[in-house]
Design a protein. Structure first.
Length: 309
């Protein structure tokens, strides 16, 4: 088996078939499998994926949550998927997105040369254009979401990531230590271990944004808070310069939100369309507690420990 595609899912029934159809259309010269990881779905996600056994003959279904105890995040679903994967290359994707034509072959070819890769991320195909105005600049031009913490290492969004088995065997499975920013954490762990991150422009993942204001706010807040945890984990040491740059970034966002508030007051935009950005700002404000605890309580950074994990 050459490639293991790992697809975590939690209550993905409304979008799952789109991703499974895209995977069933993939062409690849070698052998590949789909490892579907159910994280305790209570909808009919499992019924949907079972119906694809003929179109995806190398399909393995595993469970990350059996219904007892707390359900862990997507990083744990990938951990379970890695353990069950038989391939030499791991390609990650998610149930609410859609991999583009040629995604599998292009990333697999790239992994023949590079140990750790990231696909381009497109925000236009699956989303209301009004929701994508802040995201399109970050898609095919960079491939990676820009680092919103004042550090220099690039990172790859989890649903567009590919890696050789040797990377996993060296650094271990994904961790939830940095919350929803597990993908930044994993990207940096790989780079600290000597595996550079390579952008593969011709492999595309169509990313689905949250479509309700409440869901967008929650996601943005979680990302903002967890990115502060990334800064604490990897700033070695947490210098005064990094500490100041982080606060400058928040101050600039505050200024931007004054402009947004004015646009809302004129009826130009509604809260729904800036809910993610507002949540991200609130998340960074709450995330300051991680920064202050690390700075003033002398909590050591965790970056080098993660590289050796």
């Amino acid at each position: 088996m050459n490639v293991s595609v790992i697809l975590p899912c939690y209550n993905g029934a409304s979008t799952l078939a789109t991703q499974l159809d895209a995977l069933a259309r993939q062409q690849y010269d070698g052998a590949w499998e789909l490892v579907f990881v159910d994280n305790g779905s209570t909808d009919n996600s499992l019924t949907i994926v079972e119906a694809y056994r003929e179109r995806l003959p190398s399909l393995t279904i595993v469970r990350a949550h059996d219904g007892s105890g707390p359900r862990q995040g997507v990083h744990y679903s990938y951990t379970v998927g890695f353990k069950h994967a038989a391939g030499n290359y791991f390609l990650l994707c998610e149930a609410d997105d859609e991999v583009g034509e040629g995604w599998l072959q292009t990333l697999a070819d790239a992994l023949l040369i590079h140990p750790f890769v990231g696909a381009a991320v497109d925000y236009e195909k699956l989303n209301d254009p009004a929701l994508t105005y802040r995201w399109t600049m970050q898609s095919r031009e960079s491939g990676f979401l820009s680092a919103t913490v004042p550090l220099l290492k690039p990172w790859c969004i989890g649903c567009a990531m590919g890696l050789r088995r040797e990377v996993y065997e060296r650094i271990g499975p994904p961790s939830g230590a940095c919350g929803t920013s597990w993908d930044i954490d994993y990207s940096w762990r790989a780079q600290l271990a000597g595996f550079p991150l390579t952008f593969v422009r011709d492999a595309v993942v169509h990313y689905r944004l949250r479509d309700s204001g409440q869901a967008r706010f929650r996601q943005g807040r979680a990302w903002g808070d967890s990115q502060a945890q990334v800064l604490v984990a990897y700033a070695d040491p947490l210098t005064a310069g990094a500490f100041i740059r982080y606060h400058v970034m928040i101050a600039r966002k505050a200024k931007e939100f004054l402009k947004i508030a004015w646009l809302m007051s004129t009826g130009t935009i509604t809260l729904k369309y800036v809910a993610w950005e507002f949540g991200w700002f609130v998340g960074h404000m709450t995330g300051l507690r991680h920064l202050y605890r690390s700075t003033f309580a002398g909590k050591p950074p965790r970056g080098e420990d993660k590289a050796r994990a």
